[in-house]
Ligand binder design. Sequence first.
Ligand SMILES: *Cc1c(COP(=O)(O)O)cnc(C)c1O
Length: 362
Amino acid sequence: MIKPERRYPRMIINLSAIRENASKVAQLCHSRGIELVGVTKLSLGNPTIAKVMRTAGVDKIGESRLKNILNLYQNGVPGPFQLLRIPMLSEIPQAVRLVDEFLVSMPEAAFEIDKQAGELDKNVSIVYMIDVGDLREGVWFENAVDEILSVAGKLKHAILRGIGTNVGCYGGVLPTKENMTVLIEIAKELESKLGYKLVISGGSTVTLSLLENGALPEGINQFRVGEGIILGTDATGDRDIPYLRQDTVILEAEVIEVDYKPSVPVGELGKDAFGRTPRFEDKGYRKRIILAVGEQDVKPDGLIPLVDGLHVLHASSDHLIVDTTESTETFKLGDIVRFRMSYGCALRAFTSPYVEKIFIED
Ligand SMILES: *Cc1c(COP(=O)(O)O)cnc(C)c1O
């Protein structure tokens, strides 16, 4: 048997780097009185990463999948746990046992949580999601106050702890002073009618930029951050976050063929295995390598080679073709090539059972 540390493809997960990122984001949030939910969903709810986040100062763990929360719980990760995806009615009975804070967007879900919380005699918080324009989950902001007040008045066991919003995920809407202020105004109206302070869960990775440059309106007091901590990047804002580390997760793949071939195929052309019509530019003969990694392991267009001059040409399920002509390095069979990854690519790598996960400290 090949030892796990010699199996490829593999991901090298640097826990020191993730710890540093979590600690920096926690300090940034805590210095403004903001609670930080550390989001693990990118890592398939990895318990090691969740523990690192919690010990680095993250206040609670956010997960989109109940199955991941169960795994975290069974691996001794200290909660509290926030369920990020609005719950399926069918999962609420089990979810109430495991989850401390729910994000909801419909009255029926809130009532079902309330009912189950009563049966289990458990303290459960609800954060009601409001859509300020991105068009993913949440009650449309113009209808929010009425709907939320009516729900809050009917809860018997669960408490309406706050309101929240999500941006950047469907419409690609960026967080701004304006849309954050919409949330705060709604909270003020609700607070005056309910008679208590609400949590305002306004931010994710993309919102960190508002925090950094002092543009976050006063009142937002919970952030839910995953990508920034685990990758040090902000996909929606399209940046590497300058004070965070990006060497947190690295993909390594092994060379299984070294080639010198034409850049245009020979023969009649159909579509590729994924129904795509490949395009080719004639650059003459090119130096290429094939790596033993593919669509089942990564999102090929999200691979960023750590060696200069490499260009990912194409991937099928199990083969990745890389043009090495412009690189000063020469490759041979058995060499290992290293990549950084985009959010989507890292998500697939964490989720793929074919990718070994190796944890290191530096
Ligand atoms: C994924 C998710 C987050 C975290 O987003 P990042 O961009 O990874 O920081 C926050 N809130 C909700 C509702 C999410 O689904």
